[in-house]
Design a protein around this ligand. Structure first.
Ligand SMILES: [Ca+2]
Ligand SMILES: [Ca+2]
Ligand SMILES: [Ca+2]
Ligand SMILES: [Ca+2]
Length: 383
């Protein structure tokens, strides 16, 4: 062996010493390795014999063996080359849950002379769990009268990983009315809320379907979703509206009580009681209308209570209201004009105004004998 070869050997030994030193320095004086969870069987973890300063050739004679504290034979050492490798599946979540540093402790024993080495293997998290919600769908019932800015708490998603792999960001599908707000509750938990950013209108959209997506910070990122189904509850924010603001009807006089005059119809855009309508004459009501007409409060049908007489009243003007059953109720109005058509139901009346009697026998033709007034209570041709 020349000087050059001796130099190489020395530097190799030095390097080995440095490596050994490094290995011992880590993990508070213990040999420390790390391997990602879920690594395949046979995955290289470290040159354990070399790092402990043991020759591969002395492993078998010195009865090299390794024991793990606790259950499982997650690792094995190949005594032919002194390599520590993964033996069985390691699930970090099962092993350590939410503990941020997951360690498996190993004890390496050699005899002649007896030495015990402590080795720790840190199981690194991989992003193998997607954020998940406990349900597929969350339902909400929100009144359309709810003020914008109102908040509704949402259940956060959970992610079995740790660190960035469990750091969740939320977003919802585009919505005119809703946004998502997250607040960190002093690092303990995430406050997740649905915020109303605009007033709801049930008459416009009565059901909102949103998709809430939770995305973790892993590489690649994983996502979990939940459907938000928001039913907008009705508020009484629409008044009944009549089909026409003025209804004009003509009826022949003499029409008897019970005769159908007209049927009014009002509609209300709300639902339930908020759209149920009660019809009625608007008060104060003139005595003539009161005695002549009645209205069905449910159907809006107006009918006669008495026989119509043109000579009594020839035009009725009736104010009608439609009130919904909402709380508080809302009201709509219309006007009904009922014209009474004349019928020839009156005989002409003859009235003798004056009479100059006797009439002198020599009265010339043209002399006024009597003033006769004939009148007829009917109108037009009837009169
Ligand atoms: Ca994850
Ligand atoms: Ca994981
Ligand atoms: Ca209404
Ligand atoms: Ca409404």
């Amino acid at each position: 062996m020349d000087l050059w070869q001796q130099g190489i050997l020395l530097s190799r030994q030095l390097l080995q010493l440095v490596l050994l030193h490094t290995a011992w320095e880590m993990g508070s004086g213990q040999l420390h390795y790390s391997v990602p969870e879920e690594s395949q069987h046979g995955t290289f973890v470290g040159r354990i014999a070399q790092d402990l300063g043991l020759e591969v050739s002395e492993l078998v004679p010195r009865m090299f063996r390794m024991e793990s504290q606790g259950d499982g034979d997650y690792f094995e050492v190949n005594v032919q080359n002194g390599v520590l490798f993964v033996n069985s599946r390691i699930d970090r979540e099962e092993l350590c849950g939410k503990i941020s540093v997951c360690i498996i402790h190993l004890e390496v024993i050699v005899e002649k002379p007896l030495r015990i080495f402590h080795v720790e293997v840190e199981i690194k998290d991989i992003n193998d769990n997607a954020p998940s919600f406990s349900v597929n769908q969350l339902t909400f019932f929100i009144s359309e009268a709810t003020a914008y800015g109102s908040r509704f708490s949402l259940e956060s998603a959970s992610d079995a990983d740790i660190g960035k792999n469990a750091l969740i960001e939320y977003k919802i599908s585009p919505s005119e009315c809703f946004v998502i707000d997250t607040q960190n509750n002093q690092g303990k938990s995430m406050l997740l809320e649905l915020v109303l950013k605009k007033n709801l209108d049930r008459e416009d959209i009565s059901l909102h379907h949103l998709l809430l997506t939770a995305t973790d910070g892993g590489q690649p990122e994983l996502t979990g979703t939940v459907q938000l189904v928001i039913t907008v509850l009705d508020a009484n924010d629409n008044r009944p509206v009549f089909n026409q603001s003025v209804y004009e009807v003509s009826l022949l006089e003499g029409s008897d009580s019970g005769t159908h005059v007209t049927t009014l119809e009002a509609t209300d855009l709300d639902e339930g009681l908020n759209k149920e309508i009660i019809y009625g004459f608007k008060r104060p009501l003139s005595l003539t209308v009161e005695t002549m007409f009645e209205i069905d409060q449910n159907t809006g049908e107006i009918s006669l209570k008495r026989k119509l007489d043109f000579e009594e009243v020839n035009l009725y003007e009736v104010q009608v209201q439609a009130i919904d059953k909402g709380q508080p109720p809302m009201e709509g109005n219309c006007k009904v004009l009922i014209e009474v058509l004349d019928v020839n139901d009156n005989s002409p009346e003859i009235l003798l105004k004056s009479l100059s009697v006797p009439v002198p026998e020599d009265s010339p033709p043209g002399t006024v004998v009597a003033l006769i007034s004939i009148s007829d209570r009917d109108s037009g041709a009837n009169g």
